[in-house]
Design a binder for this molecule. Structure first.
Ligand code: PMP
Length: 453
């Protein structure tokens, strides 16, 4: 790819004067480095304005499940531009709904939005209307968008379990509406069935909805304990609580039926986003007819100028069509690549004296710099986060982009050549990261400064 005359650094300096912080989103953990500004993508690769090539295993936070510039996706979604770009309803709507319902049997009726954040707020509203209760219960480490009522929080270890805003957390923010968290939200650690039961026995009568990532990808990469999701399902039935699975990441990562298909547990409502659009912003919520009926009866409002945007509907048709057809072997093929990546990372780290483990969740992987996968988000200590960030940063220097700070999203275009690129460069990146971590932890900061971050 031809380089432009401008460097990432110079572009960033100019951009910062007009785009706040020079970036489109910010959490406390992000922004340590000069961002890379991309001008071209192809398959698993991105090229920045300096002409550098990167293996893109971030895929815009897991969105790009088909890879970049996918020919049949582009053809199908591009064709929509020439048909009708924007109108209230189009001839894509029925097939988009039917495809979601076919694969996610729990989504008996559906509504669409643009982002995960907004569709989750709508799911909470309809749950309140359905149950006549006000609060929701969420779990430590799970991420459900950027809104005041649901962003971040730590377990307070007390009763009631009102989330604590800990200022060192990446999700702590100024400007939150007063008392909104206290009024709406309870939070407990995930994967602790006794604590959940106890909490519901006390507060189940106040709780309209329980929301979780059925596999906690955001809070460190933790699978549900054996039988946990099944018990959760039972508890929600007992206490008349709407069970919401936030499958915005997991949706198309295990297969075409999400984590719910993988674990065989049926939520009342499902929210989807990211990869269902393959790069076009679109989100969906769907679930039990009797809940979704509240929209049909107009008792619950759902607004949004761009809801059901034709490009989003065409994108859903395209992504599902391609994963059912041209790339129907994706989920089978990707197992081999996921295992290889795990083995390369773990072996290289071990050879260089660094504890590192990789968990595989279908086509999503999460690594952590500790010897064993953990079972709770609070086991993701600052120490591990710092070490992870070294691996993340060094891999980027060797041309491998991961999703901050420890997630790896594979795509349907990933092939043997990409695996070899990964092998060659990840090995070097992990070696260097291990060396830097060793310097820091042995407090040899002088040596560390020589090697550089
Ligand atoms: N839920 C989960 C599980 C997510 O990972 C995200 C985004 N990272 C969201 C909700 C919010 O989605 P969006 O960024 O599209 O608002």
């Amino acid at each position: 790819m031809e380089a432009t005359t401008q460097s990432n650094k110079a572009y960033f300096d100019d951009l910062k004067s007009v785009l706040a912080g020079g970036c489109h989103y910010n959490f406390h953990t992000s922004g340590a480095e000069t961002p890379r500004f991309f001008k071209h993508g192809e398959g698993s690769y991105l090229w920045d304005i300096e002409g550098n090539k990167y293996l893109d295993l971030n895929g815009k936070f897991g969105v790009m499940i088909l890879g970049h510039n996918h020919p049949s996706y582009n053809e199908k979604v591009g064709a929509q531009l020439n048909k009708v770009l924007c109108a209230n309803q189009t001839d894509n709507d029925l097939e988009a709904c039917e495809l979601l319902k076919k694969h996610f049997g729990s989504m008996e009726m559906i509504r669409f939005g643009l982002s995960g954040t907004e569709i989750i707020q709508n799911a909470l509203r309809v749950s309140r209307a359905y149950t006549g209760k006000n609060k929701f219960l969420k779990f430590e480490g799970h991420y459900h968008g950027n809104m005041d009522n649901i962003l971040g929080g730590k377990y307070n270890g007390a009763s009631p379990p009102t989330p604590l805003d800990v200022s060192s957390s990446p999700h702590s923010t100024m400007g939150r509406a007063a008392n909104i968290v206290e009024n709406e939200c309870y939070l407990i650690p995930w994967n602790d069935i006794e604590l959940l039961q106890e909490t519901l026995n006390h507060y189940g009568h106040e709780i309209a909805a329980m929301i979780m990532e059925p596999v906690m990808i955001n809070g460190g990469g933790v699978a549900p304990k054996e039988g946990y999701l099944q018990r959760v399902r039972e508890f929600c039935d007992q206490h008349n609580i709407v069970l919401i699975f936030d499958e915005i990441i997991t949706g198309l990562r295990f297969g075409l039926s999400g984590a719910q298909g993988h674990y065989g547990v049926t939520p009342d409502l499902t929210v989807l986003g990211k990869s269902i659009g393959g790069g076009v912003p679109v989100s969906a919520m769907g679930g039990k007819k009797e809940i979704m009926q509240l929209y049909a009866s107009r008792e619950v409002i759902h607004g949004g100028t761009f809801n059901g945007h034709p490009l989003g509907m065409a994108a859903i048709r395209s992504v599902f069509g391609i994963l059912e057809g041209e790339h129907s072997s994706f989920y089978e093929n990707i197992k081999k690549y996921a295992e290889e990546i795990k083995s390369i990372m773990e072996t290289t780290a071990a050879e260089n004296g660094l504890d590192l483990n990789v968990s595989i969740f279908g086509s999503a992987l999460v690594f952590n710099c500790c010897s064993e996968p953990f079972g709770q988000s609070h086991e993701l200590t600052t120490d591990i986060v710092i070490k992870n960030s070294f691996v993340f940063t060094q891999l980027a220097k060797f041309g491998i982009l991961l999703c901050p700070m420890n997630r790896i999203f594979l795509n349907a275009s990933f092939d043997d050549t990409d695996l070899e690129f990964f092998r060659e460069n990840a090995t070097k990146g992990i070696q260097l990261a291990a060396r830097l971590i060793d310097k820091i932890y042995s407090r040899n900061l002088v040596e560390y400064m020589k090697v550089g971050f």
